[in-house]
Design a protein around this ligand. Sequence first.
Ligand SMILES: Cc1cc2nc3c(=O)[nH]c(=O)nc-3n(C[C@H](O)[C@H](O)[C@H](O)COP(=O)(O)OP(=O)(O)OC[C@H]3O[C@@H](n4cnc5c(N)ncnc54)[C@H](O)[C@@H]3O)c2cc1C
Ligand SMILES: NC(=O)c1ccc[n+]([C@@H]2O[C@H](COP(=O)([O-])OP(=O)(O)OC[C@H]3O[C@@H](n4cnc5c(N)ncnc54)[C@H](OP(=O)(O)O)[C@@H]3O)[C@@H](O)[C@H]2O)c1
Length: 524
Amino acid sequence: MDVRSEHYNLAKWYDIIESALDDPDSEPIVNIAEEAASEYDAIFVGGGAGGRFGAAFLRALGGRPLIIDAWPFLGGSCPHQACVPHHLFSDVAAEMDLWRWYSGRFFFPDWDPDKASILEMVQLFRDGRSYAHAFMNWQTKEQLNVEFMLNARARIIDSRTVEAGGRRFTGQNMVIGTGAHVKVPQIPGLEMHGVYDFATLIEDLDYEPGKCVVIGGGKTAVEYGSFFNATGCETTIVTRSGIMQTPSLHHVDDDVRDYVTEGMRKRGITILEGAEPVEVRGSGTVSEVVVRLRSGETLTLGTDFVFVGTGEAPNTGWVLDALPGLKSDDAGAIIVDRRMLTSIPNVYAIGDAIGAPMEMFKARKCGVTAARNIMGIDSEFDFSEYPDFLHSTYEVTWVGLSEQEARQQYDDVIIIQMPPYVKGLDTEHLPLPLAERTMLYGFTQPELSGFQKLVADGRPRRVLGAHHVGYGAKDSFQYLDYLIHRPQGLTIDELGDMNELFLNPEHFIQLSRLRAGNTKLVDL
Ligand SMILES: Cc1cc2nc3c(=O)[nH]c(=O)nc-3n(C[C@H](O)[C@H](O)[C@H](O)COP(=O)(O)OP(=O)(O)OC[C@H]3O[C@@H](n4cnc5c(N)ncnc54)[C@H](O)[C@@H]3O)c2cc1C
Ligand SMILES: NC(=O)c1ccc[n+]([C@@H]2O[C@H](COP(=O)([O-])OP(=O)(O)OC[C@H]3O[C@@H](n4cnc5c(N)ncnc54)[C@H](OP(=O)(O)O)[C@@H]3O)[C@@H](O)[C@H]2O)c1
């Protein structure tokens, strides 16, 4: 289907995408300028977060990119199966959480488990996701002026040549942005009906789960487990390491972890740490999971739904086969330098294909870094430090060092925290922190209203880290990340001098101001 000279609206793009998704034999969607020179500055294999942003940036710099993607839309896994549904589910979990705490109280109706349906939310997302896809196709074609071939699997011939949709394309450079797939553990029985991961949940869920076992202890496990539980689906999380302690999650403060996991338990989630599932049983459909506990004993959990949240592995096997000189690590992540250049001089790799952290900012900025270098602008991207978040029924956000990390590196660590830690103080009655979305909790169950901690180095008065459990802090943490990681950093005095929008989700500005007058900083 040649769309080059068409200027479709969003509804038309939606129809094209939906029919292509319904028909595995549908033809490629081709937006290629035949009249232009046949060689591209770069061929982006994969038009997900990394490929789309990289190609758009390269085009903006005056270059000629081509994106090839197997899906009939641009944007990749995030809006199709990963971040966007997870945000819908986490948002819904927060709403349901409120409803369950206040069932029949104030203006809340009685909690009705029949109305809180995992299947209905999955269907809601499934039915609506192609509108975002439609927008990205429209924007990439009409506003960003990037050429693409969609709905066509790429085959790499050599480091300059790619085949897709029966055509051969050459480029001076190639950018591999093929994403990642779920790393399914070797546990017998996982092939049964009733076992899902974040992707198959969206594509295949066909019943309402009543009882769930989540395998894993990272973001995916916590986020989906919290959602399932919030709907009233009895949830057990089985995690090999401590929950929120897997290596892909760095800088998680111990008090934050305790607040979040205690909150999850309070809401009825069973968390089995140091535990490993050894077998999933059932006759065609899952009915139980056998778990080996930390003590060595086994426990059999009855269930009708198993959710696998055991991490992701790069989609690079076929790329490594096609480009024998391409170096990767043991997990298949393509090895790149800070310019995103691989071991092959004109081949770059970006996003999940180069391993953790598997986050949107990283994928997009990897793409931009590759584009700059391809266009002759020397550019490096260091993603070793970044702001981070996950959802339970809360939004949990952090940046910089945890208190424990700070104490290992500095000898004058100052903590500014809400609620404050003062031995013996009856903080169970303290309706703080408060902000939008936690006001009701503050006035009825103060312990549910969140937790905030700022970590500083006392003598230079510099902020080392910030940690937040509540709602709405993600936005400010993006800017805090920038400020605290500048060479000059951010001091408590500068923070206290900022203008808060009271009741601000994080209270760090006003709390810092209360301390900034002190010549020698002390805890608050
Ligand atoms: C459950 C879940 C929730 C997440 N939530 C968040 C979040 O809230 N915030 C956040 O920052 N990150 C989140 N992430 C991570 C984020 O989704 C990824 O880091 C990001 O999508 C990676 O982008 P990418 O471009 O590397 O890969 P993708 O966006 O996955 O793109 C890869 C593209 O390559 C294409 N492709 C693969 N093979 C071929 C081939 N042979 N030919 C042609 N095309 C091919 C695919 O079709 C796909 O479009 C989440 C991840 C998961 C699993
Ligand atoms: N920003 C977001 O909201 C968001 C959401 C989801 C995912 N992501 C990103 O996507 C990537 C994947 O996240 P993830 O949470 O799926 O994976 P992850 O962070 O890699 O965590 C995987 C979890 O599964 C466990 N596990 C792995 N193999 C196992 C096995 N064989 N048996 C039992 N347990 C096993 C791990 O335990 P061990 O620690 O013991 O190995 C760990 O707890 C990460 O980079 C993450 O940052 C981002």
